[in-house]
Design a binder for this molecule. Structure first.
Ligand code: SF4
Length: 277
């Protein structure tokens, strides 16, 4: 659980850049964790949402990437660009472009509002986002489809959507697995943990897609699951009548949040036992 290599690398890049310059601008939050973003802002990293808002750089591209137009705009304005796009996200972007160049209509399975998905779509002309069966029904069936997925999707979700695509008579369907192995490993570990606990806490940012997927996977195991940002959202009723708690965390959740949560949870248990004596 906790930080993946893409997030670690993005934070290292941001910290190094902030040490060398008085101000660095990040195009959207560096990662989907507000506590980390707040810490970085104290080091001089400012979040901006549009390149047009900037007269000077440098600009940092977050781990989940940005759309191609934004990069072009930054280059046109001759801003220094520091690219912290995760290698796995970059791979998904490149695969989408390659499929489009080979004549496929690119289909990106994922959340159309997620910046990573917008970034992938922007690199493949005519690409379509599929977020449910209704989106598949709108695709003309004489197409050759090249399918990629948002990197943080659960494998089961990607496979289910691919199966729905294959159930329709498209001319050709080519699927490239762009899912992140780090996310898959966290999901598998969380699902395994669900077997031996009777309540699960999933720690991570509200907007973190992989944290939400973790919480969803735990709920599907039938275990009461709480997606919390940190200890401040904990409530005693979460553990009332429960004996064993499991804790996991998304790929953008820092160790200090996990450690504090576990320590506090153990204290609750100690206090509870003391009360019973
Ligand atoms: S979860 Fe995977 S794709 Fe996303 S930043 Fe981490 S390593 Fe990269």
């Amino acid at each position: 659980m906790g930080f993946c290599r893409g997030v670690r690398a993005a934070i290292d890049t941001a910290v190094r850049a902030s040490r060398l310059r008085a101000r660095v601008y990040c195009l959207g939050p560096l990662i989907h964790n507000s506590q980390v973003v707040d810490r970085l802002s104290r080091m001089g990293l400012r979040v901006v949402h549009k390149v047009e808002d900037l007269d000077s750089g440098p600009v940092l591209i977050p781990s989940h990437g940005v759309d191609a137009t934004t990069v072009e705009q930054a280059q046109t304005r001759q801003l220094e660009v520091i690219d912290a796009t995760c290698a796995t996200v970059r791979h998904a972007q490149n695969q989408a472009l390659e499929l489009q160049e080979k004549g496929y209509r690119v289909v990106v399975v994922g959340d159309p509002d997620h910046p990573e998905v917008k970034g992938i779509v922007s690199r493949a002309r005519g690409a379509t986002v599929v977020n449910g069966p209704h989106d598949i029904d709108e695709l003309p069936q004489n197409l050759r489809l090249g399918v990629v997925g948002q990197t943080t999707l659960a494998q089961s979700e990607f496979v289910a959507t691919v199966a729905q695509i294959l159930a329709r008579p498209f001319r050709e369907v080519r699927v490239v697995n762009t899912l992140c192995g780090e996310v898959a490993a966290r999901l598998a570990a969380a699902v395994e943990l669900c077997r031996c606990v009777d309540v699960m806490f999933v720690l991570g940012g509200r907007h973190s897609a992989n944290t939400r997927a973790l919480a969803e996977a735990c709920r599907k195991q039938g275990v009461p699951t709480y997606h919390l940002e940190d200890w401040s959202s904990f409530c005693y009723r979460h553990i009332e009548g429960r004996r064993i708690a499991g804790v996991t965390a998304g790929a953008s959740t820092p160790d200090w949040i996990i450690d504090e949560f576990v320590e506090q949870l153990e204290q609750v248990e100690v206090a509870e036992l003391a009360n019973r004596k």
